[in-house]
Design a protein around this ligand. Structure first.
Ligand code: PLP
Length: 405
């Protein structure tokens, strides 16, 4: 900075140095860090002034954070201050520093991005299917069952609230022993399948007893991983990349049946083939947990889930992983009478658009497919009616959405 000031002075441009810019980083969780760095920035400002720079603007960049979890604490998904405190801390620190140095108060500039936009956007997706951990049917005991399987099934007989941990330990032990036997070739695939089913059956009973008796502590943590998987119509990498990249936590909740207590707990998986494509941390009333309370799914209901505060960075950082494109966007404004108005709708990427982003020409693809179908027609594998159906299905598919419709 000193070299820069000297250079500006030598070249007659020092009069241009009218703004000092600082940026501490995004989502600063602790107000003390803000006050400390503002004070430090002021030291540079007053020193630069004394070197002759005609500074008049002090820019503090971004950093004003969002309390994603509502915890009001200094951690990466929360902040320990309000916007009013943020402002008063900056104004106060600048005021003291300038008065002490006898310098005129500067015009303060901020570049808050996240705080301005995060709250204005939410992601909505539907649940397509679920893998329920507790629907396995208890295998009926058979005479030739391995004794470990018989022992595993017997756990149910001594399952009581006061013996939960013991039951859990036994179930895991017998299941692991049977897996070891399977690996060594001492248990066949059918027996192994029955063992796994017996394990899940016992586990679901243990979880039921634990939850209905409000058991917490270590067992709760162990059982925490036994939850449902709700398979949802979105791509984490396209729509919530920070959840994957920096373990960002967003408020998430089901958007219907609000007067009905959710009875299940789930992790939300996306439809990419990536095992990282899931939301597995949720902020609930008592803090951050590993599963989200959800309702059981009904055949005749489109079960929707909303992810909130996604206005900052998510859509722009999102990428085309697994070729899932931009999602449909609808802009909604609230009206003075408490209602809402749809401002505009933007359709998400079509399959053809996404393919063209990765250098495949949809026209060429169509031509190649047509040739394949023509060959099949010539060989008599496809008749003319089928040819028509195939061509129009392929065309519709290219023009369709990259998510399930
Ligand atoms: C120079 C600069 N200004 C402003 C911002 C916006 O920050 P935020 O979204 O935390 O307000 C950034 C983002 O990192 C930045 O690099």
């Amino acid at each position: 900075m000193v070299q820069l000031v000297d250079r500006l002075e030598e070249t007659g441009f020092l009069g241009c140095l009218i703004l000092q810019h600082n940026h501490l980083g995004s989502q600063v969780p602790n107000i003390i860090d803000i006050r400390r760095t503002v004070t430090e920035a002021c030291r540079f400002y007053t020193e630069l002034k004394s070197l002759g720079a005609p500074l008049g603007h002090l820019d503090f960049g971004g950093g004003l954070g969002i309390d994603y979890t509502g915890e009001k604490r200094s951690n990466e998904n929360s902040v320990n201050y309000t916007v009013d405190e943020y402002c008063s801390n900056i104004i106060e620190a600048v005021g003291y520093a300038m008065d002490e140095a006898g310098i005129e108060h500067p015009i303060i500039v901020t570049e808050s991005g996240r705080f301005v936009v995060a709250l204005s956007s939410m992601l909505v997706f539907d649940v397509l299917d679920a893998t329920l951990y507790d629907v396995v049917q208890k295998p009926t005991p058979r005479e030739n069952d391995h004794h470990m399987l018989t022992d595993l099934l017997a756990v149910e007989g001594y399952l009581k609230p006061e013996r939960l941990q013991e039951c859990f330990n036994d179930a895991v032990f017998y299941r692991d022993e049977m897996r070891a036997l399977f690996r060594r070739g001492q248990l066949d695939l059918r027996q192994m399948g029955r063992a796994e089913r017996a394990f899940w059956h016992v586990l679901s009973l243990i979880a039921k007893v634990a939850r209905s008796n409000g058991i917490i502590g270590e067992l709760e943590e162990q059982l925490g991983s036994f939850v449902d998987y709700y398979h949802c119509n979105f791509s984490l990498f396209q729509s919530l990349p920070d959840v994957w990249a920096i373990d960002q936590i967003h408020p998430v909740m089901p958007l219907q049946r609000m007067d009905e207590e959710p009875t299940r707990r789930a992790i939300l998986t996306d439809i990419t083939c990536d095992s990282d494509g899931k939301i597995k941390h949720f902020v609930l009333e008592d803090g951050v947990e590993n599963s989200l309370p959800v309702h059981d799914l009904k055949d005749d209901e489109n079960y929707l889930i909303g992810v909130f505060f996604v206005g900052a960075y998510q859509e722009t950082l999102g990428d085309l992983h697994n070729l899932f494109g931009d999602a449909n966007v609808v802009t909604v404004s609230l009206t003075d009478d408490g209602g809402y108005q749809i401002e505009h709708e933007t359709e998400g990427d079509s399959i053809a658009e996404v393919l063209s982003y990765v250098e495949y020409d949809p026209q060429d693809i169509m031509v190649a497919f047509r040739k394949t179908v023509e060959r099949a027609v010539r060989r008599g594998e496809v008749n003319l009616d089928e040819r028509k159906i195939l061509m129009s299905a392929y065309k519709d598919s290219l023009a369709g959405y990259t998510y399930f419709e």
